[in-house]
Design a protein around this ligand. Structure first.
Ligand SMILES: C[S@@+](CC[C@H](N)C(=O)[O-])C[C@H]1O[C@@H](n2cnc3c(N)ncnc32)[C@H](O)[C@@H]1O
Length: 249
């Protein structure tokens, strides 16, 4: 069992470790990240990049660049298996944000996509500072569904009715010394989707995976009814990015 995380309450810990059970739905239903966001987070000349909480590698695959080494770190065996199935040529290691299996000062950029809310920042911030080279960069990113679009707001209402979503506080404010100030930038974009992919996106949420089967089926059936009525072709997202530089020693 990897190190405990912020999610030390039983339900949250169960949710943090639940993703592997729906790794295939995760891979089918979750979006990638827009190239402008990746470029804002990772300088073009970064030679070594680690993606912590990499899941099935949604961000990892977008980090590839000529002459760059990209390593993924992921605690869930189910997610690591799916990662290796989809990205057989990329390295994925067993680890967490609190315990990264890489040497000191070995990485130019550490990114964490849709996962920093699961870590214990009291341990993950010093651990990021340990593996980064002086002057290296920490990048945190989340995709949020754009609820200013009416059918997306309705989808969110259905999710809130049926399942207790975790608060997912971003914990960005916990990134302090030895990192410098945290900068933020948002990117608005849309991801083409089929109805089946929206259902997979819902089914791969930790708080849906851990529902009782009947409650889960009821939720998915309400989502299907909404999709039958709306027939969306795209899911609109706002990608929220944060970056901070490690002080040069
Ligand atoms: C919502 S998924 C994000 C996956 C991927 N980064 C993406 O953008 O699609 C959250 C991931 O964080 C992982 N996770 C949970 N607790 C973690 C921890 N303490 N440190 C690192 N990753 C963790 C989960 O196993 C899961 O794969």
């Amino acid at each position: 069992m990897p190190d405990m995380t912020r999610a030390e309450g039983r339900d949250e810990f169960r949710q943090a470790r639940s993703f592997g059970a729906a790794a295939d739905a995760y891979e089918r239903g979750r979006p990638s990240y827009p190239p402008e966001a990746v470029a804002w987070l990772v300088p073009q000349d970064a030679r070594t990049v680690v993606d912590v909480g990499a899941g099935t590698g949604k961000l990892t695959r977008a980090l590839r660049a000529p002459g760059r080494e990209v390593v993924a770190v992921e605690p869930s065996i189910g997610m690591r298996e799916q990662f290796s199935h989809v990205l057989p040529d990329m390295r994925v290691l067993d680890g967490t944000g609190e315990s990264i299996p890489l040497p000191d000062a070995s990485v130019d950029v550490l990114v964490c996509a849709q996962a920093w809310h699961w870590v214990n920042p009291d341990r993950a911030v010093p651990e990021a500072a340990r593996v980064l080279r002086p002057g290296g960069r920490l990048g945190l990113v989340w995709n949020f569904r754009d609820v200013s679009v009416p059918w997306v707001a309705e989808l969110d209402r259905i999710l809130r009715d049926c399942a207790a979503a975790p608060t997912n506080a971003r914990q960005v404010e916990h990134v302090g010394a030895p990192f410098g100030p945290v900068e933020r930038q948002d990117f608005r974009w849309s991801h083409p989707v089929s109805a089946g992919e929206v259902v997979d996106m819902v089914a791969s949420r930790s708080y849906v995976i851990t529902l009782e089967p009947a409650a889960r089926e009821e939720l998915l059936s309400r989502v299907r009814t909404l999709l039958d009525a709306e027939r969306p072709a795209e899911m609109p997202y706002v990608t929220e990015c944060h970056r901070a530089e490690l002080a040069a020693r």
